[in-house]
Design a protein around this ligand. Structure first.
Ligand code: MN
Length: 138
């Protein structure tokens, strides 16, 4: 087996090209073929979020702590809480991040496609889109 010790890896700050605000990434796994798994534990400081992006075979987000936001393009913003799982469909523009006044951490899980393609990145999320009132939590 491989054992990736916590103290063998460093927390990285996510690129300003694809994120707004301070976002910290702890690697979990980049699977070796035939595995296509990718997993990262991502922490968003208040106000931080991804840019608009899509994943070729979708993405699963599991909320570890804090209060967050996720939006599929054309749909209402949804609020996320610890224990929630959000499943993002393939090739669907979306963003995710913290609530404006809260830290937020999720485990992000995805797979590359048959051609080895991963996340496709687009423009940053505007303050207006980010600040939209989320849907009521049922
Ligand atoms: Mn995503």
């Amino acid at each position: 087996m491989e054992l990736h010790r916590a103290n063998s890896r460093q927390t990285k700050q996510a690129s300003a090209d694809n994120f707004t605000g301070v976002v910290l990434q702890d690697p979990v796994i980049v699977g070796k073929a035939p595995s296509r798994m990718r997993a990262t534990n991502v922490s968003f400081t208040p106000g931080a979020r991804t840019a608009w992006h899509s994943h070729p075979v979708g993405q699963t987000l599991y909320v570890v702590s804090g209060v967050g936001r996720v939006q599929l393009e054309g749909e209402q913003v949804q609020e996320l809480h610890p224990g929630d799982t959000a499943v993002i469909p393939p090739n669907t523009r979306h963003w995710h991040g913290s609530a404006g006044d809260r830290l937020f951490t999720h485990l992000a899980m995805s797979e590359i496609d048959d051609q080895g393609n991963g996340t496709q990145w687009f423009e940053h999320v505007s303050d207006a889109d980010y600040s939209a009132t989320p849907a009521p939590v049922k």
